[in-house]
Design a protein around this ligand. Sequence first.
Ligand code: CUA
Length: 341
Amino acid sequence: MTKRLLSLSNVRTVVLLAGVALLASSCSWGLWDSPMTTVRPRSDFGKWIDEIFMLISWTTLVIFICVESALLYVCWRFRDRPGAPIPKQVHGHTALEISWTIAFAVVLLIIGIPTIRIIFRTQEAPAATALRVDVSGKQWWWEFSYPDLKITTANELHIPVGQTAAFHLHAPDVIHSFWMPALGGKRDVVPHRVNRIVLTPEVPGEYLGQCAEYCGVSHANMRFRVVVHPKGEFEAWVKNQQAPPAESTDPLAQQGKALFAQSTCVGCHTITGVSAGQIGPNLTHFGSRKSLAANLVANTPDNVAKWIENPDHLKPGARMPNLGMTVEQSKALAAYLLSLK
Ligand code: CUA
């Protein structure tokens, strides 16, 4: 009877463990291809990091299997039995001690040599043909400027596939970290110094980015989008960004424009031909962006109006003040800003 009960509980345990394993594997397969994945690299930089990650994972898996097998064997082989003698002691076995010291030195070399090689490779200076992008991490948004192209944008980074991009990272306020998981780039953005990431995106598409260093109350809301343009499309984007914004003649948008020009908005934001503020994001082509408030919400009239009415509600601690705009005024401003394509 006891034996039957035991076997029944064993079956239950096995079924439970199998269920957990299945669940874990399905979850991890989902994560494998999630928007913030780092194990599906889409750039040369990402592939180098992934190579090291895989090398370390496989090496440690082999070590894990060897150590656990030895442990299980020893536990079983030398288990306590009635009347069994004390096993032979190996304390002070010089040959064993020398061999495992050598074995672990070899493991360190297997991991260390490629890692150091990649550290140096990812620090190399960019080629003269690289596209330079100055990245400024601010509480809590990102400014991207292209000094050679005379373009400044915010929270939406555009780069062409197959061309090396050199990101020069600086922070005017506190330490941030610039991270584009799918492209492999992650590096601290530190006040009073310029760090660099140089990479060549290999697959066109839209990727997510995120600040990866705690930088204050809205750290988690400091996101951005990366658009890797297919061949030939980047030039069209550049041309559009360099041109003055196309404005709507819609009366509501025109009302918004007048309101913008009279309000304190102009002290913080640049709109080419209208204002020259430098504190907040450049809004010249605001309507061409897909998201708002550092990639928190979609760039729709409703969301823009709500943001203007109370920025702090959407992004706690936001530097943009509540200007006391009425609902109608916010709607007019949103219509104007979204018309800036
Ligand atoms: Cu910026 Cu966290």
